[in-house]
Design a binder for this molecule. Structure first.
Ligand code: 13P
Length: 247
């Protein structure tokens, strides 16, 4: 049985004060029936982890593919580990789109995260254009395939996958549970072609306009092992309601 994970990706939102209030509210009503993690902007990670890291798991929204060196503006996986982060996102669609991250680069980031003891959450998903052209399967299989090819299947004992259709992110347009399930099943069968046992244990999260009113039906699907939540993770009652739906 795969334990569900609900992860809140705050993206570039909020202030230090709002971040502290949000985490305090989550911790005060902490769900124990599923795993929970939040991904605040970099500057808020240290104070939040110092205060709440014993109870709540934290992750970063990105890491460098390098160990250290002259890479202005970048943050390494070892630094994140050092601050007490447990997770890191790799290849979020906003990184792919606005920072031109390629499948090969993302695979390198997954390697660095694992080398430094972080759990990477590998994000895959098709754009609206790709979706409308019927290319969903091609795109997500290429994105996942690149990491399998570069890192090997064994890493998926630790890597978490998140399917986030780009057309559903921040749009209020969610993939139907059936549609999301079909893509999740496809990703799992791609993993299973390399190793059925690992595929069965790999968690595959869904992300894209998950809200309190649609979370339960998404999480009820066989291959949906939790959610990667954007907008709704910025409001404690909504985030906690989504966690409650993750049995
Ligand atoms: P929304 O939940 O706001 O659609 O964002 C999803 C997302 O991108 C999480 O990483």
């Amino acid at each position: 049985m795969r334990r569900k994970l609900v992860a809140g990706n705050w993206k570039m939102h909020g202030t230090r004060e709002s971040a502290e209030k949000l985490v305090a509210a989550i911790v005060a009503d902490f769900p124990t029936h599923c795993d929970v993690a939040v991904f605040p902007p970099f500057p808020y990670l240290v104070p939040l982890i110092e205060q709440h890291g014993a109870k709540l798991a934290f992750g970063a929204q990105d890491c460098s593919e390098h160990d250290d060196g002259a890479y202005t503006g970048d943050v390494s996986a070892s630094m994140l580990k050092d601050t007490g982060c447990r997770y890191v996102l790799a290849g979020h669609s906003e990184r792919r789109q606005y920072h031109h991250e390629t499948d090969a680069l993302i695979a390198c980031k997954v390697v660095k995260a694992l080398e430094h003891g972080l759990t990477p959450i590998l994000c895959v998903g098709e754009s609206l254009e790709e979706h409308d052209a019927g290319r969903t399967v091609d795109v997500v299989q290429r994105q996942l395939g690149k990491v399998i090819e570069h890192c090997g299947i064994a890493v998926f004992e630790r890597v978490i996958v998140a399917y986030e259709p780009v057309w559903a992110i921040g749009t209020g347009r969610t993939a139907s549970p059936e549609k999301a399930q079909s893509v999740h099943a496809l990703l799992r069968s791609q993993l299973a072609q390399a190793d059925a046992k690992i595929a069965n244990s790999t968690r595959i999260l869904y992300g894209g306009s998950v809200k309190p009113d649609n979370a339960a039906e998404l999480f009820a699907e066989n291959d949906i092992d939790g959610g990667l939540i954007g907008g709704a993770s910025l409001k404690a009652p909504d985030f906690l309601a989504i966690c409650a739906a993750a049995h």
